[in-house]
Design a protein around this ligand. Sequence first.
Ligand code: ADP
Length: 403
Amino acid sequence: MTSHASRVLVLNSGSSSVKYQLLDMTDGTRLALGLVERIGEETSRLSHTPLVSGGAKREHEGPIADHEAALKTVATELAADGLGLDSPELAAIGHRVVHGGLKFTVPTVIDDAVLAEIERLVPVAPLHNPANITGIRTAQALRPDLPQVAVFDTAFHTTMPEYAARYAIDVATADAHRIRRYGFHGTSHAYVSRQTAALLGKDPAETNVIVLHLGNGASASAVAGGRCMDTSMGLTPLEGLVMGTRSGDIDPAVTFHLKRVAGMSADEIDVLLNKKSGLLGLCGDNDMREIRRRIEEGDERAQLAFDIYIHRLKKYIGAYTAVLGHVDAVAFTAGVGENAAPVREAAIAGLEELGLAVDAGLNAVRSDAPRLISPEYSRVAVAVVPTDEELEIAQQTYALVNA
Ligand code: ADP
């Protein structure tokens, strides 16, 4: 048997952080994972966990000036475990790229033209794409010979029909500024909808799933036969569900009002709606664990924030049931979806007419495995399906470089 490079490094570069995982794609095992935070500050932090030969988690604090320094530190840590980035075992680097616009509908090997196009999308993803570009450039400098693949958060949603993707505004204005609904978290929605079909023992091409990705950011999608028909995030990740710090859906006139009446600038409104709203704005906490703890103590503000969050979720479950016509399953995923049983219970409560119900006993079970939480009689399955964006990025990257 000839040996074959089978490792993929997955990089998720944020403005001041880099998350990474090294996977072996012969069987999808994770070899190492870690996170560099607060890049560019005095108190940068690296936490690295080797997952081979019983290595323990290592943490370092101290200034890491930029992404290049961050990636070099990661490379040193990996090399210490015998997993260096100079290894011939490394087949490719897969990058999470937030915005791929309409052009990138599939994972793409990065060359200068691709990088230029990702750059051209910065005006529609000003917070995310620049960091992704820095991550790509840094990785290219480190291993210029290696294929680098971009896996786009928007790609899965490019199948949305035009009537779901367009805002009802003047077409010429919308087109001139590329204003439309793109959707995000696509890698997760793709992975979870497929895993949900597998859990039901069905072919994804014949399965309709409503995916509720509830992390700090949150989005819902309506997936018919593996194709996205609608999703709750729009031009940016601000639209849709109530999130940790984002408002989600809001009357657009609120923004003019804030400008005209409250005298706020566009940037101030941007910060208000993206960083100081959602659960945090409503009750001062954005972590669902803390909100549940406060509710247990009888805190009314926390209860109201929770109720607003649940009300919005229910509206999307109802809307996407109508969009799909027939629903096989509702799948909960990400930090809140996978862990917060009270959120799942409350979101499904009262939806019996839609064929939905949750079994309290099954809902209370804690597990890392995909599982059903609906009772036998439920017409529509309700499932908890842990997401794994890194595995999905690694698989797509590996499939592309071996195609
Ligand atoms: P992101 O990737 O968007 O940062 P995650 O998917 O990791 O987010 O989800 C993070 C959120 O998950 C936290 O803000 C917290 O509210 C929630 N969470 C994590 N564990 C629990 C838990 N045991 N119970 C309730 N919520 C949880």
